[in-house]
Ligand binder design. Sequence first.
Ligand SMILES: Nc1ncnc2c1ncn2[C@@H]1O[C@H](COP(=O)(O)OP(=O)(O)OP(=O)(O)O)[C@@H](O)[C@H]1O
Ligand SMILES: [Mg+2]
Length: 354
Amino acid sequence: MLTDTDVRQALHGVIDPEIRKPIDEIGMLGGFAIDGDTVTVDILLTVPGCPHTDEITARVRAALEPIGATSVEVRFGEMEPEQRAQMASGLQKEMPFRRPDSRTTVIGVSSGKGGVGKSTVTTNIAAALNTLGHRVGVLDADIWGFSIPRMFGLRGRRPVAFDGMIMPLDRNGVKVISIGFFLPSEEEAVVWRGPMLHKALEQFLTDVYWGDDLEYLLIDLPPGTGDVSLSLATFLPNMGMLVVTTPQPVAQKVAERAANMAGKVKQRLLGVVENMSGSVFGDGGGQELADVLGIPLLGKLPLAGEIRESSDAGEPFVWSHPDDPTTAVYMDVARKLAEFRPRRRLPVMEIGSR
Ligand SMILES: Nc1ncnc2c1ncn2[C@@H]1O[C@H](COP(=O)(O)OP(=O)(O)OP(=O)(O)O)[C@@H](O)[C@H]1O
Ligand SMILES: [Mg+2]
């Protein structure tokens, strides 16, 4: 005899394939009726024409059959707008990138001092990963000196909110969010201090709809080792760090400090990129830093006027100069970074002969 409690408990085990939470917790379980061994389940979909109805039906059946439901009928309806809004707000406060089953590799781009080209490197590596066919997001965490909106040609645009979530802006498939999108003007002095900053970053990581299938999130960090880096380290302990340095020893020393700090908070150091290589700046600093840190030098990018021009024009260099040798270097760095992708799936277990 099927009881109400058994069925309720079994249905609690049904996870929505998209939101990945139990259907009863997110308001998708409209109700159920038991008639002997037959159970009829009403599911409320978040969106009309949800593509997962077959999968949900299969999951409901798989949950109810073991407890003795011989016949299971699943009916689909839709959530009311209020229910949907409530669900969206109930979903907040969890950072998707922290979940153990997150499929996103988070890479922070850091440097010891300002102006070494972090934002330029972030922008072009994002563009390169995108060109390689990956789904990429960019989070501009440089609250005081944001330049990502300009470099992606998104200056002056405003993200829209949907069901309590902020939709990132999209450039050529790269999802971009920056504090710059929310300020009245680029000149607006951002005088935020630690706690507000912490809150803003938290919101970028929880309330921005990055989508379920993001492969890489690149974070453009402000220079040095301040509040932002600390906040991010607590939010995203799995974040990897890319260190950008110019070839001179001074830049190198400070980059070293930033890297040491990343080491202290136990973030993985992925590699060094030497930027503005050659000519007056010389080169070799990147390799030295990489050796000191015991991590690979992933690439050396030359100092080239066209790179700055592309940034100023809002056209990532990698996209505007696809055949340039420097683009090849960016692509190479992107490929090497892609290799750091942690294994996502558990190894397939061999089923022995029975
Ligand atoms: N390889 C390069 N060749 C020529 N110019 C470059 C190169 N890399 C960056 N630049 C230019 O140098 C300036 C600083 O670069 P960028 O803004 O990327 O540095 P940053 O480290 O992000 O600076 P900040 O610390 O202010 O955030 C920009 O004008 C940029 O266009
Ligand atoms: Mg910058």
